[in-house]
Every structure is written in C-alpha cells, then in structure tokens.
Design a protein around this ligand. Structure first.
Ligand SMILES: Cc1cc2nc3c(=O)[nH]c(=O)nc-3n(C[C@H](O)[C@H](O)[C@H](O)COP(=O)(O)O)c2cc1C
Length: 176
C-alpha cells in the first residue's frame, strides 16, 4: 500500500510542494512524487492515496496555450501538450473508490482575482470522474510571483498537510 503524488509544474514551485507533500505522506506510508509527463498510465490497487496538483493558469488548470505563455516567461517544458489535465484525461484506475486529494499553487494577490482560481476544483472533478473518493478539501499554496518563490512557510505547510492526508488514508483503509 502506498501513496502517489502526480504534479505539473512550470517554474518548479508546484514541484517543491508536491515533493514536500510526499515527504509528509512518507511519515505514514511509502510515497513518491512524479511529474504528470512521466506518471504511470494506470493507478494500481496498491495506491491507497493519489494526490494531484499544479499551478493555476488563467484561473484554471494549465492547458497548451498557457504553457506556451509560461515558456515565453522562461519556463522549460518537454511539450506544451503534456501535463496534469491530459494525464487525468487518459489515466486508468484499477480500483474504484481510490482515496484522492488535490492541491494547486496560486499567486497571493490580488485577492479579488485569486479567489476565482479553480484549478484544484477541476482536478477534484476529474478525479471524481474516475471514481476517486476525496479524503480532504483541496489545499492551495501561495507563490509571491509568477515564477516564485513560494510564500514563506508554504513548503513546511505542504509537508504537514501530506502527513495529515497520509494518516487519514491509513485510517480509512484500516476502517474499510
Ligand atoms: C500563463 C500563466 C497564467 C497564470 N494565471 C494565474 C492565475 O489566473 N491566478 C494565479 O493565482 N496565478 C496565475 N499564474 C501564476 C501561477 O500560479 C504561478 O506561475 C504558479 O503557481 C507557479 O507554479 P509552478 O512554478 O509550479 O509553475 C499564472 C502563470 C502563468 C505562467
């Protein structure tokens, strides 16, 4: 039984968060973080908890046009057509009811706009379409600017969130 974190990250901030979540999860059960571009095409029965996350782009999950925009701002991507949205569109789940969680990264300003960001909500919907059972509300992690850095304390908060999710997943599996 293990946990898997699948992420997309253009400038490295969501990757830092994903790795911190995996470190937190690993205090409870074996866990690893992998980029969506290299993630397995099947989520096996041994995955007790799948956590996915990535940045908000134009208030939503990244898509090819926004990835190209990020590349114009200095990001490096292997292909603008490969990311978390595409992975969630094609991945197969071996088991129904896999426990799932979602996160996103977003700017810390301006608040009236960032409140409209809905990348994590879309991730939750896509996970739900695979029969995923949400283990906790989506979490949002803040960056100070487009390319980062993360706001102070966010990496630590992600690690703690991961540990809490792992404990919940273990409890749910044991109870079930
Ligand atoms: C094309 C583009 C659009 C963006 N749109 C938003 C947005 O609507 N809301 C927001 O909070 N941040 C937005 N951002 C900033 C991203 O949230 C930020 O780049 C990201 O969280 C950093 O994560 P990463 O380093 O993993 O890519 C945008 C960034 C890019 C490149």
């Amino acid at each position: 039984m293990r946990a898997l974190v699948v992420y997309e990250s253009l400038f490295g901030n969501a990757e830092t968060i994903a790795r911190a979540i995996a470190r937190g999860l690993a205090t409870q059960l074996p866990a690893e973080a992998v980029p969506a571009a290299g993630a397995p095409e099947t989520v096996g029965r041994d995955v007790a908890l799948l956590v996915v996350g990535g940045p908000n782009h134009a208030m939503a999950m990244p898509r090819p046009s926004t990835r190209e925009d990020a590349v114009n701002r200095g990001a490096q991507v292997s292909s603008p057509h490969t990311g978390l949205r595409e992975w969630l569109g094609r991945v197969q789940f071996e088991a129904g009811g896999t426990h799932v969680g979602a996160f996103d990264t977003r700017m810390d300003h301006p608040r009236f706009l960032t409140r409209l960001d809905h990348a994590a909500r879309t991730e939750e919907k896509l996970l739900g379409a695979h029969g995923g059972a949400s283990i906790a509300p989506a979490e949002h992690f803040l960056v100070l600017d487009t390319t980062g850095p993360l706001a102070p304390g966010e990496e630590q908060r992600a690690e703690e969130w991961g540990a809490r999710l792992g404990a919940r997943a273990l409890a749910a599996v044991t109870a079930g």
